[in-house]
Design a protein around this ligand. Structure first.
Ligand code: AKG
Length: 243
């Protein structure tokens, strides 16, 4: 897939699948960096930067990995990635976060339908996620599903979801049958716009589905006071335990 096709697909659909972006030694190095991080860094993290599954043992998410480990800070700075996404964020990309959605075998929980910008609150919405598949993603192990074109509809109302690690979900149900499942090989990447509606099912299979995510915004984006107010309102509801 060439750059022009990446841009066209991203702009029309709100997401794009780029096969075999990482391979061979580079892919193996990223995998082993995540394994090292889980082993050596996670035990010392504050509660805010790691979420466990309901079994209390399996890791669901790691947040802000770029602040705890230089490997992940450097990965987000790679020229190849920056060149790929500059046109998509309409400017100079700056990394907002490096995180995992581990989706471990058997116990990996689902992610409710949401738009990332309900959390990020950025205007203009020139923000995206590069979702790196570190395992093959199959229909059984909880692929990300996207609603094509939903990035053009603004940010819908979000309410507390009750899901640890994904505290907000869309207030209204989505037509899940219209969604496209992103089935991937390890080393493929997905790039999604921060207003594309997406979700994933629990992993009930025997195989893990590890995703490493690099989140970028254009340096020109800013906090939107209106969106922040909506975010704070949803947080207040959550803290009051009304969902
Ligand atoms: O990896 C997943 O299952 C969901 C990812 C997600 O929600 C996100 O990228 O915001």
């Amino acid at each position: 897939m060439n750059q022009e096709e990446v841009v066209r697909h991203y702009q029309t659909q709100g997401f794009v699948h780029v096969p075999a972006w990482y391979a061979g030694e580079e892919l193996a190095e990223i995998r082993s960096a995540v394994e090292r991080y889980n082993r050596e860094v996670v035990p010392g993290l504050p509660d805010s930067d790691v979420v466990f599954e309901a079994d209390g043992t399996a890791i669901r998410n790691c947040w802000r990995m770029q602040t705890h480990d230089s490997f992940f800070a450097q990965l987000s700075q790679s020229d190849r990635v920056q060149t790929l996404i500059a046109e998509l964020v309409n400017g100079t990309p700056t990394c907002m976060g490096v995180e995992t959605f581990n989706k471990p075998a058997k116990v990996g929980s689902g992610v409710p339908p949401h738009q990332d910008n309900a959390y990020f609150c950025q205007t203009p919405p020139d923000v995206l996620t590069v979702w790196i598949a570190l395992d093959d993603v199959t229909p059984e192990n909880g692929p990300v599903h996207y609603l094509p074109g939903s990035h053009t509809e603004g940010v819908h109302e979000h309410v507390p979801s009750g899901v640890k690690g994904n505290s907000f979900g869309l207030a209204e149900p989505v037509e899940e049958s219209h969604a496209k499942a992103a089935l991937l090989k390890a080393g493929d990447i997905l790039i999604h716009h921060c207003q594309t509606i997406h979700f994933s099912a629990p992993n009930v299979s025997d195989f893990p589905r590890l995703g490493l995510l690099l989140v970028f915004r254009g340096t020109h984006t800013q906090d939107s006071p209106e969106m922040k107010a909506a975010y704070q309102k949803a947080r207040a509801l959550m803290e009051a335990g009304t969902s």
